[in-house]
Design a protein around this ligand. Structure first.
Ligand SMILES: CC(C)(COP(=O)(O)OP(=O)(O)OC[C@H]1O[C@@H](n2cnc3c(N)ncnc32)[C@H](O)[C@@H]1OP(=O)(O)O)[C@@H](O)C(=O)NCCC(=O)NCCS
Length: 141
């Protein structure tokens, strides 16, 4: 089936938020629409979606901070999981980060979502022994 990887467009917002909800990626303390608006101000071209038959079926929100690449909101439509879409999208993310000179890409796996580590392992990612610390600067709730 024809599909393409392209950058996110603002009109994708509601379908993408709905996809993230179906994939269990939204949290009360992260307003997904605000996350999208912020991303549209910084490297919006690295916010990728897979479009198939006019519908967004996968997303990856990437960025390069000059030291590492980061990828958030990696999501594939539940009915289409396990068919290579996630790999296709992450391959494109990595190619775009590499084109910017990015030497390493990181992902964060939320507590409770450990099984997804097997997906990243298949793509060549390995746990690097670092513990993620975060501090909220702008509350969304
Ligand atoms: C994680 C996710 C993006 C993977 O996308 P996908 O399209 O199902 O993955 P793919 O079909 O491209 O799989 C790529 C490889 O990983 C493997 N894989 C994928 N999910 C796996 C799992 N849960 N356990 C073990 N292996 C897995 C596949 O077997 C495949 O291996 P191969 O290509 O070497 O044969 C998708 O399952 C998803 O959206 N999950 C819910 C949201 C989520 O948790 N996102 C990650 C947040 S950190």
């Amino acid at each position: 089936m024809a599909q393409r990887v392209r950058s996110f467009l603002r009109e994708d917002t509601e379908p993408v938020v709905a996809l993230w909800q179906r994939c269990g990626l939204t949290r009360p303390w992260n307003d997904p629409r605000r996350d999208i608006e912020r991303k549209l101000t910084v490297q919006p071209e690295l916010f990728l979606v897979v479009e198939r038959a006019g519908a967004v079926v996968a997303t990856a929100m990437a960025g390069y901070d000059g030291h590492r690449g980061w990828v958030y909101y990696v999501a594939v439509e539940p009915a289409l999981q396990g068919a290579g879409l996630g790999r296709t999208l992450m391959t494109e993310v990595e190619a775009r980060l590499l084109a910017l000179g990015c030497p390493k890409v990181n992902v964060q796996i939320r507590g409770g979502n450990e099984p997804v580590a097997a997906f990243y392992a298949r793509l060549g990612y390995a746990e690097d022994g670092a513990t993620g610390f975060g501090k909220r600067l702008i509350p969304d709730d």
